[in-house]
Design a protein around this ligand. Structure first.
Ligand code: ATP
Ligand code: MG
Length: 201
């Protein structure tokens, strides 16, 4: 079986936290590739005013991963009509790639909120979850949550050792709006694209 990591997110914009997490998960879990899938219309972010279009977020992800042959980005969620849900994406990926085992990579924030997502049991049935520390989440609290989800859903979840990186797209958008530098927080070509298009000002 081929092993593929899935990084889902709004990527508004993509930053080095996403890229380092993908790289660490690939190494830690011996994944063959990581596929980035920008969300289409996310129910959870439907009230956010500053989400760029799917095409623009996809373009930033494409620029960020273009020099890494083990990383690619997929437009399957931004092409879907209506709200997009992770369970649908993972079920579609399984149907289309019967020879591949999928690892859904995410930060601790998602581990603690996943039961509020649509059909979490169908997500757990479709993949292994790889969760990483974020926002100072304690490993103890994460392990307790993992045990609970294993018990309740038979979920397959592992912890990816990860340093706590205080980097978020929200902070990057805010810094740009305030005219502060975001250099080094995202790849140079992504930053150049944001500046050229005058995004987030
Ligand atoms: P926003 O602030 O707009 O929500 P974000 O930085 O949280 O943006 P998302 O696109 O929401 O980025 O996140 C995509 C995925 O990447 C999620 O699983 C999230 O937990 C993870 N992630 C993002 N930043 C980090 C980080 N610094 N450390 C660990 N995981 C991260
Ligand atoms: Mg987020």
């Amino acid at each position: 079986m081929k092993k593929v990591g899935i990084m889902g997110g709004t990527f508004n914009p993509i930053h080095i936290g996403h890229l380092i997490l993908a790289q660490r998960a690939m190494e830690e879990l011996s994944l063959d590739e990581v596929w980035f899938i920008p969300t289409g219309c996310s129910y959870m972010k439907k009230d956010s005013v500053d989400v760029l279009s799917g095409q623009e977020r996809l373009e930033m992800v494409r620029l960020a991963v273009q020099d890494n042959p083990k990383m690619k980005c997929l437009d399957i969620e931004i092409k879907r009509n209506g709200y997009t849900y992770s369970y649908e994406t993972l079920e579609q990926l399984n149907r289309e790639n019967p020879d591949t085992a999928f690892y859904f990579i995410f930060g601790a924030d998602c581990l603690f909120s996943i039961e509020k997502w649509k059909y979490p049991e169908r997500i757990f049935d479709s993949c292994t979850i790889a969760a990483a520390v974020r926002n100072g989440a304690s490993v103890d609290a994460m392990e307790a949550k993992i045990a609970e989800l294993k018990e309740r859903y038979g979920a397959d979840i592992c912890l990816v050792p990860f340093p706590n990186l205080e980097i978020s797209s929200t902070d990057i958008r805010e810094r740009i709006r305030l005219g502060k530098s975001v250099r080094y927080l995202l790849p140079e070509n992504v930053l150049a694209y944001i500046e050229e298009k005058r995004f987030y000002r």
